[in-house]
Design a binder for this molecule. Structure first.
Ligand code: HEM
Length: 174
């Protein structure tokens, strides 16, 4: 991998609120091992020392009005390699919980419009509240059938992905 992400990791402020997600450690390692592998971080996305991505909490109110919980994040992360043949974009993630099951959607890289791709499902527990901050933990994170193509059909639906953490200011009236 080029130094782009590593350099940014040292210089870049980590947003206080947002989504922290390692995506899939073996995938990030795979891109890192490629001579031309790159992770571009834009729109306020950051990476920490454990190679986890941080997507900043969005000012936008999530549109998922039917959801029991909903969170929206900014940030645009693009993995590339194999001379452009590999390109995986994870941008503006949103989380919605319905019927106890949580899902994470991202901007659909195939869509010209504002369509979203349901990438992983998981169980979300929380919040743990401390010093005005709510922390939610996502566990048993699994790739959806719709997300298989994004990773070049290498992983099957149900493939385990990394756990994730959501940190937001305590929300009044919820
Ligand atoms: C020039 C074309 C490609 C070649 C030669 C290639 C080669 C390989 C090889 C050798 C591995 C296993 C080695 C390792 O784990 O380090 C691998 C794994 C993988 N490749 Fe590719 N690949 C290509 C294109 C793609 C594309 C277009 C995608 C789309 C996203 C992709 C996604 C993956 C994924 C997700 C894994 C599994 C990583 C893991 O979790 O271990 N590859 N590829």
């Amino acid at each position: 991998m080029t130094q782009e992400s590593a350099t940014q990791a040292e210089d870049m402020p980590i947003p206080p609120y947002g989504l922290r997600w390692g995506v899939k450690t073996s995938f990030v390692g795979y891109v890192a091992r490629m001579p031309d592998g790159q992770a571009y971080l834009g729109e306020g996305a950051a990476v920490n020392e454990r190679n986890e991505l941080i997507f900043p909490l969005s000012e936008e109110t999530p549109a998922e009005a039917d959801a029991e919980q909903a969170f929206a994040f900014g940030g645009d992360v693009r993995f590339s390699g194999h001379f452009g043949m590999l390109f995986v974009r994870i941008a503006e993630p949103r989380i919605a919980v319905r019927g106890g099951e949580a899902e994470l959607t991202v901007v659909d890289p195939e869509s010209e419009e504002d369509k979203r791709l349901r990438l992983v499902t998981f169980t979300l527990t929380g919040p743990e509240t401390e010093d005005g901050t709510e922390r939610w933990e996502g566990a048993d994170v699994r790739l959806t059938a719709e997300g298989v193509e994004l990773f070049g059909d290498v992983y099957q639906a149900g493939e385990p992905f990394e756990p994730l953490t959501v940190t937001v200011p305590v929300r009044e009236g919820r």
